[in-house]
Design a protein around this ligand. Structure first.
Ligand code: UD1
Length: 421
């Protein structure tokens, strides 16, 4: 199991190319189950979660090969309609295969995602939506079994909670249903909009893309396409925060600034100077940040996926700030680890109250989830001395080449093998 050893105290300076979005690619790949053929998905990030998805696709009979960000997918033949626990337990996004499989084949058996490091993360909305499209759903020994007599039927479905995963899943299923579906309170995260655009390119008829109401006219069949994954807005936000925290300057390349509007204005509130030039963002910080509260919300609000990184950032502010997570109420596993570095943070309900300005000093800390691990790396960058971040496989799930990118920016970070589990 690998760990990172980080020497704190360096300002990050330079430019970094942002990879394709993890959550973007994880939605596009299962969409290829909707139509037989050959696909090429460019700008695909090289991440463990992407490998997990391609292995799951392999278990279904789909050949995938990732080379230099180009993901080749041969989905001419699907040989299995079962998504086994061994793949789904590693990553919730595996559940995305349910909608496409049942829409195209009238049946699918997908393991329920296993437990999660933080909070309850149900899939009830995925199931309810697909049920509303006419599939009969049963649960058997940890598997969701969906069956439909003939094609799925268009329906009206309202998502009680705005959910990225459930919107993607039900949307994919509705593209091949008979008749019209009206989905309301849909997630409008850029990764969902990108998925809807790919489906449209494949021949799906979708109105309202980018809004919370999607109207889908089901079609008999779809065609394979080539598509490009959108840039990773969470990776981008993480590097912006890293540069701001270390009072450095950074230029992000291959980014969509529009997807980061809420994050950029928050960073500006802290005192950073930010310039935007088409697909580039430049940030400079000359002083410690002002304490700025943050509340996560559905897009275009602040993503829950940067809550942990912002918490680390506010440790460097002079004063008190409050970071509230309204999407996942108990996504604070990183806090006790930050405290090991000397942070002063209290958790009150679904908020972290951060007393900034305390001197942080290196220690051994443990990753427990993807974004929480990113916050530990950020804190290590401003801690005195050496920090060891254990169990970094969480980071490898979602950050493409993180140590090379940080090194290029001037950070002192090394990956080591460790026996500790
Ligand atoms: C997606 C992202 C994840 C991000 C999250 C933020 C992918 C692969 N993952 O996850 O990185 O942190 O969005 O929103 O894109 N909910 C239900 N029932 C459901 C589904 C969700 O109650 O069936 C609730 C969740 O508990 C949560 C909220 O809806 O409170 C948002 O979850 P959702 O957007 O579905 O998250 P994911 O799709 O799992």
């Amino acid at each position: 199991m690998d760990k990172f050893v980080i020497e704190g105290g360096k300002k990050l300076k330079g430019s970094v190319k942002i990879a394709g979005a993890k959550n973007g690619a994880l939605a596009l790949i299962p969409a290829t189950l909707l139509a037989p053929g050959i696909y090429n998905i460019s700008n695909t990030p090289d991440l463990k979660d992407v490998w997990t998805m391609t292995r799951l696709m392999g278990a279904l009979g789909v050949f995938c090969e990732l080379n230099n960000s180009e993901l080749f997918i041969d989905a001419r033949e699907i040989t299995q309609l079962v998504a086994p626990y061994e793949h789904v337990k590693k990553m919730r996004a595996s559940f995305y295969v349910l909608g496409p499989l049942v829409a195209r084949y009238g049946e699918a058996k997908v393991s329920l995602p296993g437990g999660c490091a933080w909070g309850p993360r149900p899939v009830d909305l995925h199931i309810k939506g697909i049920e509303k499209l006419g599939a009969e759903i049963t649960l058997d020994q940890g598997y969701v079994i969906a069956k439909s007599k003939g094609r799925l039927q268009g329906c009206k479905f309202h998502f009680d909670i705005s959910s990225v995963g459930a919107t993607g899943n039900v949307l994919m299923a509705a593209t091949l249903a008979k008749g019209t579906s009206v989905l309301t309170n849909c997630a409008i995260e850029p990764e969902i909009t990108a998925l809807a655009k790919m489906l449209t390119k494949m021949g799906a008829k979708i109105d309202g893309i980018g809004t919370t109401e999607l109207i889908i006219e089901g079609v008999d069949e779809l065609q394979p396409v080539n598509e490009e994954t959108i840039p990773d807005r969470i990776e981008a936000a993480t590097y912006l925060i890293a540069a701001a925290m270390t009072m450095g300057e950074i230029q992000l390349e291959n980014v969509n600034p529009y997807h980061l509007t809420s994050v950029i204005s928050k960073l500006e509130e802290t005192g950073c100077e930010i310039d935007i030039n088409s697909n580039k963002i430049f940030l400079r910080a000359d002083a410690p940040p002002k304490p700025v509260d943050l509340v996560t919300a559905v897009y275009p609000g602040i993503p829950t996926d940067i809550q942990a990184q912002w918490t680390a950032y506010m440790l460097t502010a002079e004063g008190t700030s409050k970071v509230t997570d309204n999407i996942y109420q108990d996504r604070f596993k990183h806090v006790p680890e930050l405290i090991r570095l000397g942070a002063k943070i209290d958790i009150v309900d679904n908020a972290a109250i951060i007393t900034g300005g305390e001197k942080l000093s290196g220690a051994t800390v443990m990753s427990s989830d993807l974004r929480g691990s990113a916050s530990l790396i950020l804190a290590a960058l401003v801690s005195k001395g050496t920090t060891e971040v254990l169990r970094i496989y969480h980071l490898d799930r979602g950050y493409d080449n993180i140590e090379q990118k940080l090194k290029k920016l001037g950070a002192v970070i090394e990956r080591h093998q460790t026996e500790l589990v």
